[in-house]
Design a protein around this ligand. Sequence first.
Ligand code: SF4
Ligand code: SF4
Length: 322
Amino acid sequence: MAMTTIQQTPVITDFPSITRDRLDILQVNLGYLCNLSCRHCHVNAGPKRTEIMDPDTLNTVISFLKESGVRTLDLTGGAPEMHPQFRFLVMAASALGVTVIDRCNLVILEEPGQEDLAAFLADHDVEITASLPCYLEDNVNAQRGKGVFNHSINALQKLNKLGYGQAHNNRTLNLVFNPQGPTLPPEQSALESAYKKHLKEHFNIIFNQLFVVTNMPINRFRNGLEHQGQLTPYLDLLKAHYRHDNLNSLMCKNTLSVDWQGFLYDCDFNQMLKLPLGAAHQSPCHITDINLEALTQQPITVDEHCFGCTAGQGSSCGGALK
Ligand code: SF4
Ligand code: SF4
């Protein structure tokens, strides 16, 4: 088994202690390879990254789905679709009746060699959660790279033609918004209405829901803030907007995050920070060793970045917290 480096220093934070509930969602990071290199990327993904999940680990993920009864597989990366066994994994999970979510950057649907990807996703009723950090071209290109906006629009139109985004079928298309800079995101339902109106009027695009997420003060985004002298004010902003009633809906309560080597974390952000699963553990836990019973009520590893999930309306991979 490949080794991973874990954070050895005990975490000291004034974020409250929280524990896990029942596991509902397995979120699997297939690797850091991506066709884009976005400014806000908390994974530092890009076209030159070589870390991807090996076939044995991928098969262990499928076995775990079979044995655990977990009903949702949430695939992330990088661009998960660039993994050579992405389609194999989707087909295996679908055959088990597991709902598959693809965290898609949209541009991948327009890349050479991926012309049939959208149809593949539609055929397997894969739920698409796609980042579109703004509905205005200049803002998207500034954050994600030149030309990304037009490619994203083309990809969304292609998905609509395949039936994605309609209220009455299983082809769910959700979009993700995150602020451009160190501010809290606007109220989710108001922004969703604005997105729906603009995309329909200008591009004849429809989608199901908008997920509004807070930028987490880690990795590439954190480095940018530090560089601009904005890190401390941003951390203070997150703490000032802490809301206790968000604690029960945090995604780490019912989601388990698996890295490309098969190691487990309470969430994708902890994975990026190498903060191991279970606050009491100081050794990495692997998907081959998972004990579902022990997992329930296990303490969640928290640190200062967690205030990003509890600020204001709250934030998760599914947007604002309910
Ligand atoms: S598309 Fe996603 S994974 Fe790829 S660089 Fe952008 S934010 Fe990171
Ligand atoms: S970053 Fe958010 S999801 Fe992750 S452990 Fe902290 S509160 Fe939970």
